[in-house]
Write a protein that binds this ligand. Structure first.
Ligand SMILES: Nc1c(NC[C@H](O)[C@H](O)[C@H](O)CO)[nH]c(=O)[nH]c1=O
Ligand SMILES: CC(=O)[C@@H](O)COP(=O)(O)O
Length: 165
């Protein structure tokens, strides 16, 4: 279902595990920071709304979305008690093919982190054609992908916990 047919911020708390005992990392790209700060706020607010404690959320910043890969890897290594990590970025098409390489690189890199390490990394990277599309998906008319990512992080933290027993 395309984003335009659903609101990214909608969730049913009755279907989401209580997050009070989970610890989360959030790595935020500084490129397009007006967008990434909106995504972060959506994720942070949703985590708290679902029971997470502020003291159980750690945030790191990286320069751009491509650095999310290394930043999330180092966070997995530094904080092995985390239950999930959210990678937040905003990539917007420019004049050249650089957009394609950044988007593909970040996608593959974060996929690899989910394979190589035992802390799930949630892909909260907008890959938009225009700034308006980014605005619409970071708290605008289509909701907030950060909210969606937080819900995914809670569900994956619970899956990881259940899988250990
Ligand atoms: N154009 C965007 C970038 N480009 C920068 C790269 O992510 C990276 O920081 C640089 O290539 C140095 O390694 N990053 C974004 O997050 N969003 C963009 O639109
Ligand atoms: C995603 C990018 O790296 C892009 O915004 C950079 O812009 P340009 O392709 O015009 O150099």
């Amino acid at each position: 279902m395309a984003t335009e047919n659903k609101n990214l911020s909608e969730y049913d708390k009755s279907t989401i595990p209580d997050a009070k005992n989970f610890r989360f990392g959030i790595v935020v790209s500084e490129w397009n920071d007006t967008i990434t700060e909106g995504l972060f706020q959506g994720a942070f607010d949703a985590l708290l709304d679902c029971g997470a404690l502020k003291d159980n959320i750690v945030r790191w910043n990286v320069p751009g979305s491509f650095e999310l890969i290394y930043g999330c890897k180092k966070m997995q290594q530094a904080y092995d008690m985390l239950d999930a990590i959210i990678a937040i970025g905003s990539v917007i098409q420019g004049e050249t093919k650089h957009f394609d390489f950044v988007c593909d690189g970040v996608t593959q890199g974060i996929k690899d982190l989910n394979i190589q390490h035992d802390i799930p990394v949630i892909f909260c990277v907008l890959t938009d054609n225009t700034i308006q599309q980014s605005i619409d998906r970071s708290g605008g008319k289509h909701g907030n992908k950060g909210t969606e990512a937080a819900i995914a992080a809670i569900k994956m933290a619970q899956l990881r916990k259940d899988a250990k027993f």
